[in-house]
Design a protein around this ligand. Structure first.
Ligand code: SF4
Length: 356
């Protein structure tokens, strides 16, 4: 199906398309930070509308993709050596670890359960008091509040058999780390719905440009058109193009919940290394729910497959199709790296929709 058909046609869409397609200024690199944007842009056929001098590059906004190999190794260890039931969102199960994925561990007897919310894992722990349940808490500002809610709930209920393996990340310092990778960011609207826009305004003050975008065709096209327009003014800019959802202050209840349960910490990102204060760890008063502490496991430094260029893909340094094993050895059925596994991953989008 030609998805560009779904872009026809209201006036706002047509105006945005006109602005985008008539652009003939200096080359622009726009980083879509969010995996949902990456896939929607492909699905809607938006890449095909862009002039040659506007390039979209995919950033590190897919939580499964940025979770480092060592994290998978830790989860495998918890499953196989500590006999824990691993509760996780589905995508993580097939992400390769240093030696094996969780799916590989399952064939060796590991117990895994796909859940749709961290609270499901709390329910499983309550209903199975003889089973040690570990929830794999990965994700950004959008998913962290639910993990915090689960931990608070487990504490309130006095559950002794529930813990989380944490890899929660926050975007602000990642934007800093990626400064220079793109001329402007397409900020993920759902993250900004939680954080608000103050941070983006601060980044603008530091010379980092970007626009908050929603997820419909009209919203994405409008955001791209605004980037193209504002970039011609020759100075850093910020604009909230998703005001029906994103406010300046964000979601105070979600922010307060996270602050109660977690504190900022350094965090390792696949391909980007350790970004200072870009992660969240459980506060001391919740230490009994930290799976690494609970089971006495040291952090594992994993080894990614040397053929995999996920790290470069996540920084916009190369396109998935520039990876030698893309589509040959590495496919969604046999992924070599996380970006091919995840439904939000750039490699999976390129494979599914074709290269631009
Ligand atoms: Fe990694 Fe596969 Fe993407 Fe290459 S195509 S960067 S191996 S996920």
């Amino acid at each position: 199906m030609n998805n560009t058909k779904s872009l026809k046609d209201n006036k706002a869409v047509q105006t945005a398309k006109d602005i985008i397609q008539s652009y003939n200024g200096k080359p622009l690199r726009i980083m879509e930070v969010c995996g949902t944007h990456t896939h929607e842009i492909f699905r809607l056929g938006i890449r095909k509308l862009l002039p040659e001098n506007v390039r979209l590059i995919s950033g590190p906004g897919c939580p499964v993709c940025v979770t480092p190999v060592g994290y998978i190794d830790e989860a495998v260890k918890l499953a196989l050596e500590k006999n824990c039931l691993i509760c996780t969102f589905g995508d993580l199960i097939r992400v390769p670890g240093t030696k094996k994925s969780l799916a590989g561990a399952r064939s060796e007897g590991a117990k895994l359960k796909t859940v749709y919310s961290p609270l499901d894992a709390v329910d499983i722990a309550r209903d199975n008091p003889d089973t040690q349940v570990v929830f794999l808490a990965v994700g950004f500002e959008t998913t962290t509040p639910a993990a915090c809610l689960a931990v608070e709930k487990a504490k309130k209920e006095g559950l002794k058999n529930f813990s989380i393996l944490g890899a929660n990340k926050t975007m602000p310092n990642a934007y800093q780390a990626l400064k220079g990778s793109a001329d402007a960011f397409l900020y993920p609207g759902h993250v900004n719905a939680i954080t608000g826009t103050e941070l983006c305004e601060q980044l603008c003050g530091q010379g980092i440009s970007g626009v908050v975008a929603g997820f419909t065709a009209a919203e994405i096209l409008t955001a791209l058109a605004v980037i193209i327009k504002l970039s011609q003014e020759g100075k850093p800019f910020f604009k909230n193009c998703y005001p029906r959802v994103v406010t300046s202050e964000g979601s105070k209840p979600a922010q307060e919940l996270v602050k109660r349960v977690m504190i900022p910490c350094d965090s390792e990102w696949r391909g980007l290394g350790i970004i200072p204060m870009s992660g969240l760890a459980l506060r001391d008063e919740y230490a009994q729910f930290d799976a690494l502490k609970k089971y006495g496991i040291d952090e594992i430094k994993g080894k990614p497959n040397p053929a995999c260029r996920c790290g470069d893909v996540l920084q916009g340094k190369c396109r998935p199709c520039d990876c030698k094993v893309f589509g040959k050895v590495c496919t969604p059925m046999h992924p070599v790296g996380a970006c091919m596994v995840s439904g939000e991953g750039a490699c999976s989008a390129y494979y599914q929709y074709g290269m631009d």
